[in-house]
Design a protein around this ligand. Structure first.
Ligand code: UD2
Length: 326
C-alpha cells in the first residue's frame, strides 16, 4: 500500500459513524432456523408473493410487509430459544394517560406467546395502571425526572435507556424494543419483527419522497447532519427493536451525539430521531419493517398497508406536552 492509499484508508476510518463505546458483548442471537417436526403450514412459493411493494433493501435484507412471512413458521423458529423480550416505554407527565391502552392492546397483539417485560420509565409511578398480564409477562417501573420541555423527554429516552441497560436491563433481557407510548396495537406483531437491528419506515416518507426531501438534519454544525444526496430511508424513532447489545450501541450513540450538539447549543431538527437516522444510514438495519409497524390515526390507510399493527393516536399536543407545540 503506498502512502497516499494509507492516508485515504485512515481518513475513511475516522469517518466511520458508530457508537464510540461500542459494546462487543455477545447477546442472545438466533442460532439456526430449525423448527419442530410436524409443524403444519401452507407450502411457500418461489413464484407468488407481494409484487406491489419492494420486499428487500439494496443491502439485501428483508423489508417486511404482510404477505412476506408465515406467522406459524417464523414464530416457531424464534419461540424455540424463548428470548426474554424487553420493551422500553416512556410515560412522563401527561403521557401516563396512554399507558392503559398501550398495555392492554399490547397484551392482545404483541408477541403474545413470548416472555415480555414492559420497562416503564415514568415520573409518576402512581399513574401506572394495573393491567392483567399474560403468563411470562411483567411490568417494571423505572423512575425518571419530570421535564419542562417535551424535547427533554425524547432526547432523555436515549440517555435513560443507555444508563438503565447498563445498570439493570442487560441482565434481564435478550431482545429490546423502544416504543412511543401514545399508540395502540391493532394486529399481530410477532417474531417476523426480530433481527439484530430492526427499524421502521416512517409512514410520512416511505414511497413518494426523494431523499433530498427527507427531514434529515441539514445543518453541518449538528452531529446528526446528513448531506443532500445521501440516505436510504427515513426511519421513525417511535418503534425500534434489536438484540440487546445492538440497541445499546444505538441508544448510546444517539445519547452521546445529542450531548455533543447540546454543548454546542444545537438541537437537531427531529431531536433523537435525527441522530437515529444518521446512525442507521451508516449502520444499516438488518431488517426494515414497513409502516404497518407504526401507522397513525391522523392518516388514511393506503392499499399497500394491508394490516395496521400499531397506530399512533391522535393527541392534543397543547394538552399532553409540558410546553405544548408540535
Ligand atoms: C415524533 C416521533 C417520536 C420522536 C419525536 C421526536 C413518530 C411517530 N414519533 O413523535 O418517536 O422521535 O417525534 O421529535 O415518528 N413522551 C413523554 N412525555 C412527554 C413527551 C414525550 O412521555 O412529555 C414520550 C412518550 O413515550 C411519547 C414519546 O416520548 O410517545 C414521543 O413523543 P411524542 O409522541 O410527543 O412525539 P411525536 O408524536 O411528535
Amino acid at each position: 500500500m503506498c502512502f497516499d492509499d494509507m492516508e485515504l484508508t485512515m481518513e475513511k476510518q475516522t469517518n466511520v459513524v458508530e457508537a464510540k463505546h461500542r459494546s462487543n458483548k455477545v447477546s442472545w442471537s438466533i442460532e439456526n432456523l430449525s423448527i419442530p417436526n410436524g409443524l403444519i403450514y401452507p407450502q411457500p412459493s418461489t413464484q407468488k408473493g407481494r409484487t406491489d411493494v419492494n420486499c428487500v433493501t439494496n443491502w439485501n435484507v428483508p423489508l417486511v410487509w404482510e404477505g412476506t412471512f408465515d406467522p406459524i413458521v417464523i414464530d416457531a423458529i424464534y419461540k424455540k430459544t424463548n428470548p426474554r423480550v424487553g420493551v422500553m416505554i416512556f410515560a412522563v407527565g401527561k403521557y401516563t394517560g396512554f399507558l392503559k391502552g398501550f398495555l392492554e392492546t399490547g397484551e392482545k397483539h404483541f408477541l403474545t406467546d413470548f416472555r415480555v417485560t414492559y420497562y416503564i420509565f415514568t415520573d409518576n409511578e402512581k399513574e401506572v395502571p394495573a393491567i392483567a398480564l399474560g403468563k411470562g409477562r411483567k411490568i417494571t417501573v423505572l423512575p425518571v425526572p419530570s421535564a419542562k420541555r417535551w424535547q427533554e423527554v425524547v432526547f432523555g429516552r436515549m440517555k435513560w435507556a443507555t444508563i438503565t441497560i447498563d445498570k439493570q436491563i442487560r441482565n434481564e433481557a435478550d431482545y429490546l424494543f423502544l416504543m412511543d407510548v401514545d399508540s395502540l396495537f391493532h394486529n399481530r406483531i410477532g417474531a417476523e419483527s426480530f433481527s439484530r437491528l430492526s427499524a421502521v419506515l416512517h409512514r410520512g416518507y416511505y414511497k413518494n419522497t426523494e431523499r433530498a426531501n427527507f427531514p434529515y438534519e441539514r445543518h453541518p454544525e449538528s452531529r446528526a447532519y446528513i448531506p443532500v444526496g445521501e440516505g436510504d430511508y427515513y426511519y421513525t424513532a417511535a418503534v425500534l427493536g434489536g438484540y440487546l447489545e445492538d440497541i445499546y450501541n444505538l441508544v448510546r450513540y444517539c445519547y452521546e451525539q445529542s450531548e455533543e450538539d447540546s454543548k454546542n447549543k444545537i438541537e437537531a431538527v427531529w431531536q433523537e430521531e435525527s441522530h437515529l437516522n444518521k446512525y442507521l444510514l451508516y449502520n444499516k438495519p438488518t431488517k426494515v419493517l414497513s409502516p404497518e409497524y407504526l401507522w397513525s390515526d391522523y392518516d388514511a390507510v393506503p392499499a399497500d398497508i394491508k394490516v395496521v399493527r400499531i397506530s399512533q393516536l391522535k393527541k392534543n399536543y397543547a394538552e399532553v406536552r409540558p410546553n405544548g407545540g408540535h
